[in-house]
Design a protein around this ligand. Sequence first.
Ligand code: ARG
Length: 464
Amino acid sequence: MSENKNKIWGGRFENNPSKILEDINSSIHFDKRLYKHDILASIAHTEMLQMQKIIETKDAKKIISGLKRIRKEIDNNEFVFNPSYEDIHMNIELRLKEIIGDAAGKMHTARSRNDQVVTDLKLWLKDIINDLDYKIKQLQETLISLAEINYAIPLPGYTHMQTAQAITLGHYFLAYVEMLGRDRGRFKDCLDRLNECPLGSAALAGTSYPIDRKLTSKKLGFKNPTFNSLDSVSDRDFVLEFLSIASICSVHLSRFAEEMILWSNQQFDFIKLNEKFTTGSSIMPQKRNPDSAELIRGKTGRIIGSLVGLLTVIKALPLAYSKDLQEDKEGLFDTVDTILLLISVSNEMIKEMEINAKNMEEALNKGFPTATDLADWLVGEIKIPFREAHSISGKIVKIAEKQNCLLSDLSIKQIQSIDERINKEVYNYLSIKSSIKLKRSFGGTSPSEVKKQIKLAKKRFLKI
Ligand code: ARG
């Protein structure tokens, strides 16, 4: 019989694990990230075992002080992680045994790594969601202040990427404040739903020890214990949910990034990203590429990839725990790192960009953005149905298009050649200024409405 058999379950084994098993099985190189939460959960579990008189107070004390020492060792980079101990749970337990001896073995009474790992992961994710909420809020803050400074700057709003109607830049920034607000709401929902403690579900069936699951749940700051032990150890809905919310959030950021890329292109020239957020070309001396924005757009792909990856892992997985579930972590960790980075880069990038208001306004000289205003005026002035007004306005646009001029450059004669009921008053409605000023409907683009929306956004999202 070999000496090196697994130190935890070596009892029923005769041989050492194959070296290559370690390569596929070991998760310590990534799950060591959970160490603080693993130790927190082990302390809560030990205190509960002691209160329920399942283990003796002297052992509980030893276990808890040993765990605290391990936390310091890991904090200070003094802990040696051993890949042959598979994961963070066993690395900590085996180190505890070195420190306090056999009493360490009592810590794992009435639990399993199956409930342990999912408890750790939930605890970890709860902290992350709180960090994320703060970061997204900061980005909203920046967008709101950009909206405040630029609330009345006119620029083309697009549909089908074709000039549609004039909008204000403040209104544009507030659109992203809304998206991010929904993302925050979704993360919060995810947190509320995951806030149930799986600890004590043990391997899958619960346990015959007289444990108090409500107590551990409370100690760890969960709302309540989970209700079904089979579900508890195999549930990764909260990871899937988090990944899908992160996917939606990064999709929002990628849409914004795409606009920053387009707007900094020479044909638009609406903004200039700060040099700090652009790179040059190794061959073309004149280039300044918006790499930061391109990477926000590009990295969205890996977040969506992690979501699809884990959905595929869990699809058709029978109850309860299977090792496939260990595949939940790398995609989740990568997603957390990536989304945090994308939010920070977006925030910094836009804080320092230059806005070229003149070019935004000049872009409105193309594409007849006030054609709808003309139709709207006709409806009110000569009391015709909108459909008829639409057709009249279209005909007037056609003349301007042929003449390559603005609607407001047409003479009243030319306009009346389409419909003689039109009078000079029409010119008041062909300008960009009046167009945006009149969009006063709730949530609309007029500067006065945008001002109101800024106030509301501050209240709703920043609580100020
Ligand atoms: N490292 C494992 C994971 O991440 C912990 C649970 C192991 N459970 C087991 N029965 N082998 O899922």
